[in-house]
Design a protein around this ligand. Structure first.
Ligand code: MRU
Length: 363
């Protein structure tokens, strides 16, 4: 996707071939910075501190983290330890474990002397697959957007958090259908949930939609239900960090409330995600580990002052405790459809297996 009209990705191997570079998402939307990751430890920090975030992107960063680890020590023990450290950097998005495990198994199958080259090649393959998957999600999801268009007013789509190209290598998951529909000439307006506490909607989704000229309005997280009651939302599309085998969708905290409001107001509620987000080993969403993040994310807010300084301020009384569960689970019965790179299916075990029949043998 584009920044100031120039095509860009969120992660890429550095020109010298010894590092990987990423967009520092903690600086957006106020500054555009690129960060160079030279070691596996730096990749762990980038994932943990959300310099990179979004399920598919942390998976790809984990893959490149394994390449950085192999550069340092390509022995079996070192790679096993690196895989554990990278996988543990964030607990909820299954893409991270999926990508790191794929790298680990791939590298252990090579003689030690070939592992560095194999690691860079495999990490790049994972990144390219992510781009292809997201582009296909865009094509399939655009059909849903097109069908929601009455030929007159723009399709009003509500999204939560950031599941755009910044959450992936390119295109995005929830926003890919929007970009594809806009390219096809379907007029769209996006309601962007600000997504407290970290504000991925207000900071990142608004920024990337703005870069692409997609009309959008940032709303407080609590506004979505009201807008649905007023008939101002035609469709909800969200991403996901992990989908259980029964179609329960885990996503950024607050997604469940949007799904409840959508159901009550007969607004279709779709989740868009690549195959790497489906955890076939978990029967139901309540088994998904939910990340607990720092209370400081709730008690403070960071932004730009009128004179251009970035400042963090406290919002709560000193001494008030805060809790910060980062994700919630939307039960499958509230999800109208799951949009994947293979097409759209019902949010159910049967629906998912229709698109991924090869998982039948394993289930
Ligand atoms: O905590 P984050 O920013 O990594 O969480 C990402 C999300 O939850 C997104 O909403 C998204 O739906 C999953 S990534 C496409």
């Amino acid at each position: 996707m584009k920044i100031d009209g120039v095509p860009h990705r969120t992660i890429w191997p550095a020109a010298d071939g010894a590092a990987v570079e990423v967009i520092d998402q903690t600086a957006l939307p106020h500054a555009f910075r690129v960060q160079r990751l030279t070691t596996e430890a730096e990749a762990v920090v980038a994932i943990r501190d959300m310099i990179v975030r979004g399920a598919p992107l942390i998976g790809v960063t984990g893959a490149y983290g394994m390449a950085l680890a192999a550069q340092d020590d390509a022995g079996d023990d070192a790679l096993n330890v690196a895989a554990m450290r990278l996988s543990d950097a964030r607990p909820t998005a299954v893409n991270l474990r999926w990508a790191v495990e794929r790298m680990r198994l791939h590298l252990l199958a090579h003689p030690q002397g070939e592992r560095v080259a194999a690691a860079w090649a495999e990490a790049s393959a994972i990144a390219e697959e992510d781009v292809e998957s997201c582009a296909a999600i865009g094509r399939h999801g655009a059909e849903i957007v097109r069908k929601a268009w009455d030929g007159n007013r723009p399709v009003n789509i509500l999204t939560h958090c950031n599941a755009g190209w910044l959450a992936t290598v390119d295109w995005g998951t929830a926003l890919a259908p929007i970009y594809a529909a806009v390219e096809q000439g379907v007029p769209v307006h996006v309601w962007v949930d600000e997504t407290r506490p970290r504000g991925q909607g207000a900071a990142l989704t608004a920024w990337e939609l703005g870069q692409h000229g997609v009309p959008h309005t940032v709303i407080a997280d609590n506004a979505g239900g009201h807008l649905m009651q007023k008939g101002q939302v035609d469709l909800c599309i969200v991403g996901s960090d992990r989908v259980a085998a029964n179609g329960d969708v885990c996503n950024k905290i607050g997604t469940y409330l949007k799904a409840l409001a959508a159901k009550d107001n007969h607004v279709p509620f779709c989740a868009a995600l690549p195959f790497s987000t489906i955890d076939w080993s978990l029967k139901k969403g309540s088994d998904i580990p939910i990340e607990e993040r720092s209370a400081l994310e709730v008690t403070t807010a960071t932004g730009m002052t009128a004179d251009g300084r970035i400042e963090t301020v406290r919002l709560t009384p000193e001494g008030s405790r805060a809790a910060n569960p980062a994700f919630d689970v939307t039960p499958a019965h509230l999800v109208t459809g799951i949009i994947t790179e293979r097409g759209v299916c019902a949010a159910s075990a049967k629906g998912l297996l229709t698109l991924y029949p090869e998982q039948k043998a394993a289930s």
